[in-house]
Design a protein around this ligand. Structure first.
Ligand SMILES: [Zn+2]
Length: 357
């Protein structure tokens, strides 16, 4: 049965008695539903994503444990609400009704006991609460981008990227064949590689890895690397192994040509320059540390990336033109005719006065 879990969370919190639930509470209930009945927007038991065993008129057993199937969406909301207020969940119900976010995520023992009660019928299972918090983190991580103009396509953190990033340099790539952000994502899913951002030819930007983490695009310098990398290599060496992903942010640019010879489209270039400008400001990275992939090792990447255009954009951004003074308003045409008539009449008067004297 299809259930929009994010919407169900809001509807249920309203019914629980919270007319204006916090974002954290909504995320928590959504994560709790996922923990109970999976990531898809479905409920295996009818209208019952939290799998309550509380009965309603006409409800039936979904499984031998007594999880119920309900006749309607409203019945499912009501049964889970009634279960919450059956006396076993005093802390949980209070937290959900009153937006007590810090108590929710702060591992409060009464709160964790209540959650354990929901699934086990006893108060001892603290791992259940932790498993909901883990889903919550994943949900939060997969719904938010760092850069507001990017679409979220964040990849599974268990498979992609690294849990460290010192933000010491920005590395520019071109895809050499993948023509769209979707094609880039498909390549990543097939290969396990990744970058933080890709800029499509139509100017759309997809984010794959949170900026706080290292992506998987710029590993290993060879003996051709430029000297600018030496201190970064030192900072990105762990147990004798260098991985520049620990200190770089990487940006791909879609180019359908395998030799990266297609010029960036105008919108693609502007979007790229804006993104780089934002990252430089955010992490205090200077222009010397915005570098082509080929400065790390022997590759032609990023082909014909427009470095002159980037430098010009950054120069203009750092030297804004003085504001243009406002143009005085032009009187409407009707007023001009009146004015002309007045000048004519003044001139006539002047000529008449001169002739008299
Ligand atoms: Zn590259």
């Amino acid at each position: 049965m299809i259930i929009n879990k994010a919407q169900w969370a809001v509807d249920w919190l309203h019914l629980v008695g919270n007319p204006n639930p916090s974002d954290t509470l909504k995320l928590f209930v959504h994560a709790w539903e996922i923990r109970e009945s999976g990531w898809a927007d479905k409920s295996p038991s009818a209208f019952n994503p939290l799998n309550t065993e509380h009965h309603m008129l006409g409800s039936t057993d979904y499984n031998p444990a007594g999880v119920q199937n309900f006749l309607t969406y409203q019945d499912g909301l009501q049964a889970n609400r009634d279960a919450l207020y059956d006396g076993n969940y005093p802390t949980l119900s209070y937290v959900l009704k009153n937006n007590l976010d810090t108590m929710l995520t702060g591992h409060d023992p009464f709160m964790m006991g209540d959650l354990s009660m929901w699934v086990k019928g006893n108060r001892a299972d603290s791992q259940y609460a932790d498993s909901i918090f883990a889903v919550m983190e994943k949900l939060g991580a997969t719904s938010m981008t760092d850069y507001l103009n990017a679409e979220s396509h964040l990849l599974d953190p268990a498979r992609f990227g690294f849990d460290v990033n010192h933000h010491l340099a920005i590395v520019i790539h071109k895809t050499g064949g993948d023509a769209t952000p979707q094609a880039v994502e498909n390549t990543f899913l097939a290969t396990g590689r990744s970058v933080h951002y890709v800029v499509g030819q139509d100017g759309t930007i997809w984010q794959f890895i949170p900026e706080a983490r290292g992506a998987g695009g710029n590993c290993c310098p060879d003996d051709s690397h430029q000297p600018v990398w030496d201190p970064i290599i030192a900072a990105c060496t762990v147990n004798g192994k260098v991985n520049l992903n620990f200190g770089t942010i990487s940006i791909e640019h879609c180019d359908p040509a395998s030799d990266n010879s297609t010029p960036l489209t105008q919108i693609q270039a502007i979007q790229s320059f804006r993104l780089i400008h934002y990252l430089m400001g955010k992490y205090n990275i200077d222009y010397e540390h915005v570098l082509p992939h080929k400065s790390i090792n022997r590759t032609a990447c990023p082909g014909n990336y427009p470095w002159t255009g980037l430098a010009q954009y950054l120069y203009n951004a750092a030297h804004p033109k003085p504001p243009v003074p406002p143009v005085p308003p032009v009187p409407p045409a009707g007023d001009l005719l009146t004015l002309a008539a007045k000048i004519q009449s003044d001139l006539n008067d002047l000529v008449a006065a001169l002739q008299k004297s």
